[in-house]
Ligand binder design. Sequence first.
Ligand code: SF4
Length: 225
Amino acid sequence: MRIPHVTSLSAVNGPELCCVVFFAYCNFKCRYCYNKDLVFPKEEEKALSIEEVYNKLEGCKKLVDYVTLTGGEPLLNDEKELSSFLRKLKELKFKIKLDTNGSSPDKLQILFDKKLVDFVSLDIKTDPTRYFLLTQKEGVVDLILSTLTLLKKSDVEFEVRIPLIPGFVDKKMLNFWIPHLKNVDRVSFNKFIAGRCLDSKFNAVTPLVESEVHTLKTYFEEKTR
Ligand code: SF4
């Protein structure tokens, strides 16, 4: 488990004010990703020791109830190591939010069985025909569908986030996901931010304008009603 840093206070990473634990490494290499330092951490850069992480989180406990695990992809870590980390956070009386790209439903099921997660954010990025083009990872859509099914069956709160990547999120993409998202209460569309993208070509991509975003959101709402 490699944790480069912990942020003591964030108003945007959790269902409420939270502190954030950033995990290194990801099995996706999303071309628009702006967490290059986490996806490709430099070996010479120091990561926090587990004691340093616990100390920082203990300091946060006075301020927040939630810890958000993000990255990178937190579920890439060894399940036993991750479970023991989460158990310690539970001893510190934190609620736990997990951000995931959805590619590890089996590990998520184990964490659910152990009651170690309170909230999940699942990212859905495009439709099956373009997932590889965007994430550079083959064969993940069935895993993401399994994660979504697991979330819908569980009693753990969750949200689905759709980053608005031009050329990858459009009506065709929504048409694939709409049947799967019909009874999902929380679906948000997140802004694409150019500037620090993993693939520098994406830094030249113009984000969708407000009217395009409005059209997609309205289409989605009408079809999932
Ligand atoms: S956007 Fe998320 S899933 Fe994609 S490479 Fe970055 S950290 Fe991984």
